[in-house]
Design a protein around this ligand. Sequence first.
Ligand SMILES: Cc1cc2nc3c(=O)[nH]c(=O)nc-3n(C[C@H](O)[C@H](O)[C@H](O)COP(=O)(O)OP(=O)(O)OC[C@H]3O[C@@H](n4cnc5c(N)ncnc54)[C@H](O)[C@@H]3O)c2cc1C
Length: 183
Amino acid sequence: MTRVVVLGAGFGGLELSTVVAQRCGTDVELTLVDQAEGFVFGFSKLDRAPDVVTASGLAVDGWIPVDPGTCETAFPGVYAVGDVTSIGTPKAGVFAEGQAAVVAERIVATVQGGTSAARYDGRGICYLEFGHDRVAKVDVTFRPGERPVGGLEGPSTALAADKSAFGTDRIRRWFGHEWVPAA
Ligand SMILES: Cc1cc2nc3c(=O)[nH]c(=O)nc-3n(C[C@H](O)[C@H](O)[C@H](O)COP(=O)(O)OP(=O)(O)OC[C@H]3O[C@@H](n4cnc5c(N)ncnc54)[C@H](O)[C@@H]3O)c2cc1C
């Protein structure tokens, strides 16, 4: 039985735990740890790595350095994703999620006795609200040592539906229920 411990149930931790749990089932003992009682979608920000991370020796100058393609730390078998890293992408949930998806692929491959060639490509998207049910989308890729490349799409009502589906999909996959807007 492989043991996987995920510290932090934010964007990165939720995506990672979801994929590993779904793909590995009872082949892993998965533990997801968080200090908070619940997750507030899109409104969290780490100002620096938590003390537990600093004390572990993972952080350098306040953040965890990782291989930008694999998100592996200097410690074999230990990965870090999202805001807590110095990977070079903006500190936003979509980047944490994208990195987590790659780490999940690599962990699943290890559990199944193989290896994975999955690598993080630095891509992320961001929606911009224009009001009147119109939304634009920025799609941008950050590669180490290069200028970011990307573009702006919209605004349009089609992208408003896209944005809504983006949020709904995460709630469904991570928490197993439908999104109910606040009254
Ligand atoms: C106002 C605001 C608006 C934002 N809007 C967007 C947006 O529209 N799109 C976007 O992509 N990003 C947005 N972000 C950024 C986004 O929320 C973060 O970049 C994202 O949450 C990072 O994901 P993460 O998994 O790296 O870390 P987090 O989501 O911050 O998760 C870290 C988790 O670790 C837990 N934790 C911390 N310390 C400990 C400890 N000692 N022990 C146990 N658990 C611990 C925390 O409770 C938290 O759940 C926004 C941020 C803010 C503040």
